[in-house]
Design a protein around this ligand. Sequence first.
Ligand SMILES: [Cu+2]
Length: 183
Amino acid sequence: MLVGAALLFLLVMGLLLAVYIRPGFGSRLAGTRWMLYGGLVMPTVVLTALVVYALVLGERILAHPDPRVQRVSAHGVMWDWRFSYPDNPGAAPTDELHIPAGEPVDVLVTSGDVIHSFWVPRLAGKIDAIPGHENIVRITADRPGTYRGVCAEFCGLGHTDMRFTIIAHEPDDYQQAVMEAGS
Ligand SMILES: [Cu+2]
């Protein structure tokens, strides 16, 4: 979009410059024609292309179920998060979310009461936690470490304290870390 916008900007500036440098530039084409092509035809073509591109791209970055992607669950309840590990049977739920670093992880986000929002600013955008509905956000931590997350939807008096920690482990250590973290 930036490239497209830059090209259009340059085109408009080029036309403006041409009119200043060579008065009468473009006058062979009637004013109504300029408006028709520049104001109607071109935006239609450009916007159609952008909408198609955005739809295709948006579909591609959605977290479609993928057996190769590890799944974890995040359940919000006023005013805490509880994390569990459907792909690691035997791992107990935790207060901190443990993920492997360097690979995508699908977080299945749900709520037990009101609408919350799961947000780890450094890893992904916000996704709503809705009672009775499961939303999925795909996150990837590039390197092992600790990441901060918050509830990003006002959900009552304890909202500001509804923070959580994500710990990304070396992929080789992950299984063991998840098993030991349970409480
Ligand atoms: Cu909340």
